[in-house]
Design a protein around this ligand. Structure first.
Ligand SMILES: Cc1ncc(COP(=O)(O)O)c(C=O)c1O
Length: 399
């Protein structure tokens, strides 16, 4: 039998999904599993989007233009303007989710062996896309003790060499919920400028910022307009993970024309997804406010609840809908598996994502988990009770 590729061997399994078989087995045993592990919003998709799908008046479900429908891209210009991001429709390429935007950014800007610097912990799929493109992720470590703030310039400079081609940030951050300050964004801008790097900026959580702090997009940074590639997605902001619509945005025409060749090869972004995404731009202010208010309350419920459990610590996340929490356990991977395999409290247990999967430096995140707050408040409260009981009963508890 022929061997599978080295790439196929190196491709990491999703740290978020790897416990899924244990969760399935728990459910088979009749245990209720609270999913604190996933980032799929449970709030309703805007009605206008659902209606647009119901009322599709195409006689042929055709390929759309490879860069996406012009009407949608033009309408997006107005959306970005509200965030003080000034674009033309030509700066925007519609992709099959933010995931494809990340992949096409890597494939278009990086040669095999080129290095990307990423603050860790980081969204785990960046690693998978880097492997797909033959690129190498190097990480600067952020720590829970410092609230996951950006490391100093020197930490970046220690990693920079002739193979360094890009910095990748996620802002607000998955998994930490951290929001980069103006000072930190300026620091990134200065490094990008000094070493002439690409700046890939994943801003799919921009709707979810809970403090008064300003949102500084990579597109706001002056002097590096040609270096910035923005990654975006409707998955989170409209609860539309399944329609697979994202965008790659850049003022750099050379990057756009390379990206377009990958877009042409995959022919078309989803047709029905674009119809829903375009309609979503007309979602009411009320929709946005209700969604936002719900996350504000869930965040409070989760973070207060976590910090009340003896030995548990979570910083207060400023954005997105995740936090990385420290648990009093020997090994969070083992603890998360144990919760699913061996523990239940009143017929219930919790599933969390061990944070080790979000770090590339071995050994980091050993006693940390990523917790998502995409459950109703009542369920979050129950899940917190179950977590507290699990930590009391866990044999590998550290005092
Ligand atoms: C930080 C970040 N970027 C990109 C994505 C990809 O989202 P999608 O491909 O659904 O647009 C996700 C999904 O969880 C994410 O958390």
């Amino acid at each position: 039998m022929p061997n599978i590729s080295q790439r196929g061997v190196e491709m990491p399994a999703s740290p978020i999904r790897k416990l899924a078989p244990l969760a399935d087995a728990a459910k088979q045993r009749g245990v209720h599993v609270y999913h604190l592990n996933i980032g799929q919003p449970d709030l309703p998709t805007p009605r206008v989007a659902l209606d647009a799908i119901r009322n599709i008046d195409h006689t042929v479900l055709e390929y759309s233009p490879s860069q996406g429908y012009r009407s949608y891209r033009e309408k997006l210009v107005g959306y970005y303007k509200k965030y003080d991001i000034n674009l033309t429709a030509d700066d925007i390429i519609i992709t099959t989710g933010g995931s494809e935007a990340v992949l096409f950014a890597f494939l278009s800007c990086l040669n095999p062996g080129d290095e990307i610097i990423v603050p860790e912990p980081a969204y785990a799929n960046y690693m998978a896309f880097a492997i797909s493109a033959g690129a190498v992720i190097r990480t600067v470590t952020t720590t829970i003790e410092e609230g996951f703030s950006l490391p100093k310039v020197e930490k970046f400079e220690e990693l920079i060499n002739e193979r360094t081609k890009a910095i990748l940030i996620c802002n607000p951050n998955n998994p930490t919920g951290y929001l980069y300050t103006r000072r930190e964004m300026n620091q990134i801008r200065d490094i990008v400028k000094k070493y002439d790097l690409y700046l890939f900026s994943d801003e799919v959580y921009r709707e979810f910022i809970y403090t008064g702090s300003p949102y500084i997009s990579a597109c706001h940074l002056e002097g590096i307009e040609q270096n910035v590639v923005l990654i975006d997605s409707v998955s989170k902001r409209y609860s539309e993970c399944g329609i697979r619509i994202g965008a790659l945005i850049t003022k750099n025409a050379e990057v756009r024309s390379a990206v377009m060749k990958f877009c042409q090869a995959r022919l078309s972004p989803p047709l029905i997804g674009q119809i829903a995404a375009e309609a979503s731009l007309d979602a009411s202010e009320e929709y946005a406010r209700e969604t936002y208010d719900e996350y504000v309350e869930r965040r409070k419920c989760l973070i207060d609840g976590l910090n009340r459990i003896p030995g548990v610590y979570s910083p207060i996340p400023m954005g997105a809908f995740y936090t990385v929490a420290k648990l009093p356990v020997d090994d969070a991977d083992k603890f998360c598996a144990w919760c699913l395999e061996e523990f239940a409290y009143e017929g219930q247990t919790v599933m969390m994502a061990p944070a080790s999967g979000f770090y590339t430096t071995p050994g980091l995140g050993k006693n940390e988990v990523r917790v998502a707050y995409v459950l109703k408040k009542e369920d979050l409260a129950k899940a917190l009770t179950v977590l507290a009981k699990a930590l009391e009963a866990y044999p590998g508890r550290m005092v």
